[in-house]
Design a protein around this ligand. Structure first.
Ligand SMILES: Cc1ncc(COP(=O)(O)O)c(C=O)c1O
Length: 461
């Protein structure tokens, strides 16, 4: 079996279509640790509930490549779970973070405020869809952003109810777990969850749920459990993330907008995974033309730094009293500087157009590979822009999800030097989260490895 190539100094691909402005080759310290020794230490010291997809340990990373502690090279199609649309260590992001570190790293915005927070809020207000007045709140994690969006919607409407969708993922805190529509592994054994959270069906080809069915399900929910005048918000991912990279049909999104307007409900777009260029637009909801009341953001906003936020209608965002929002670390200045730089990189390097172009490349390549190497096993290629997934089945007739094959492809890909992540309600989809800054050559190399890993996995079955 092919081993990942061992190279220790290669930085960004020389032929990158988006050449870095400065070349940074990080110092690489030799370590006596191996992947096996770190795995043993990890198992002894880290809680079992924190899972890792790859049993190898990072030593350094650059754009769409990563090296483990043994010097093995990997192409990274996972991007730290959709955090790295601008790649590992984008030179602009690193320079901005370092410059900020030389000034101050923390004051707490609630004690002594600072300009980078305001500049980022201004930028987010400008980028978010809709020409109404907007305001933003900055926090640290995606789940925290979702929690705060719900608080804001509740305070603005004076209502308690939250409607989320089957297969939706909104985080691992107790409120967001209540909203997340998948039991294992997230919700298993940790309930009860907060009340007044209701679930509506997500339109889904696999289960034969049409947009009409989904909307009927929502109307039935209004009749049976969720009195519409008591509902504060409907929250939806414009492209399901963990749930399988399934886009919300645009007519569904438009219908949700109408329903929200009819009942005075806030529409929240959870763009934590789909935002910042992943789908070819700043926010995935833009494809449908719908303007949400609130948007939750995180992940690729800051190219690898922990920051998240809520963007919304100014009057809605102002619903809470001073002190009702925030947190010690919310809108950390280093992360704000990184986010401003990442957003600038997306603008300057044309990464929205690159995402669309990349999406087309991946679709074509997946279709060819499916026909050649896995006939009747690759059931669906779906997504928006470069937010793409392929779904594996045992055969086309039954379309039974094949999680075992998916898992095996991920394992073989890693052995050959490609980091992949699965997703979906049945764990049988592979998603593409490669940096939008990756060169055509790197993508080509990754897809060649993917095809070989798929062949290995099929041979094993
Ligand atoms: C759509 C969506 N919402 C919320 C979250 C939670 O974000 P975090 O893991 O930063 O708390 C995620 C994380 O994957 C996500 O994809």
């Amino acid at each position: 079996m092919a081993k990942p190539a061992k190279t220790k100094t290669k930085a960004r691909a020389a032929k990158s279509v988006n050449k870095p402005q400065i070349s940074i080759v990080p110092p690489y310290e030799e370590t006596s640790e191996t992947n096996a020794s770190l795995l043993a230490r990890r198992e002894a010291a880290v809680a079992r509930g924190v899972a890792s997809a790859a049993p190898v340990f990072a030593a350094r990373a650059e754009n769409a490549e990563l090296w483990d502690v043994e010097g093995n090279r990997y192409i990274d199609f996972a991007g730290g779970i959709a955090v790295l649309n601008t790649g590992h260590r984008h030179p602009k992001v690193i320079a901005a973070a370092k410059a900020q570190e030389d000034l101050y790293t923390h004051t707490s915005f609630q004690v002594v405020p600072y300009e980078p927070y305001i500049a980022l809020a201004e930028k987010l207000n400008e980028l978010a869809p809709g020409d109404h007045a907007k305001k933003s709140l900055l926090v640290t994690t995606g789940a925290e952003a979702v929690e705060n969006a719900v608080k804001i919607a509740r305070a603005a409407t004076g209502r308690p109810g939250v409607i989320a969708f089957t297969g939706g993922y909104h985080g691992r805190t107790l409120l967001t777990l209540g909203m997340t529509g998948k039991i294992s592994p997230y919700k298993k054994d940790v309930g009860p969850f907060p009340s007044d959270i209701f679930r509506a069906p997500f339109p889904n080809q696999r289960d034969g749920i049409t947009v009409k069915d989904a909307l009927t399900g929502l109307q039935n929910l209004f009749l049976t459990d969720a009195q519409p005048e008591r509902v504060a918000c409907i929250i939806i991912e414009p492209v399901l993330g963990e749930g399988g990279y399934t886009p919300v049909p645009f007519e569904m999104m438009r219908a949700l907008r109408e329903i929200c307007d009819q009942h005075g409900i806030m529409l929240i777009a959870d763009e934590i995974q789909a935002g910042f260029g992943r789908t070819g637009t700043w926010f995935a909801i833009e494809h449908s033309g719908v303007v949400p009341d609130l948007i939750t953001v995180a992940k690729s906003m800051a190219g690898g730094y922990p920051i998240a936020g809520v963007i919304g209608r100014a009057e809605v965002m102002d619903a809470l009293l001073p002190g009702g929002l925030g947190g010690t670390y919310g809108g950390n200045p280093v992360a704000c500087a990184a986010a401003l730089a990442a957003i600038e990189a997306i603008e300057e390097e044309g990464l929205l157009a690159r995402s669309t172009e990349m999406g087309e490349m991946f679709r074509k390549r997946f279709a060819e590979i499916g026909a050649r190497t896995a006939p009747y096993r690759m059931w669906d290629i779906r997504g928006l822009g470069a937010m793409l997934a392929v779904e594996f089945v045992t055969d086309f007739e039954s379309a039974a999800p094949d999680a075992a094959l998916t898992k095996s492809v991920v394992a073989h890909a890693l052995k050959r030097g490609l980091i992949l992540l699965s997703c979906g309600m049945h764990g049988n989809a592979l998603r593409i989260m490669v940096p939008l800054t990756a060169s055509d050559e790197i993508i080509d190399e990754g897809m060649t490895i993917f095809e070989a890993a798929l062949a290995d996995a099929i041979a094993d079955t």
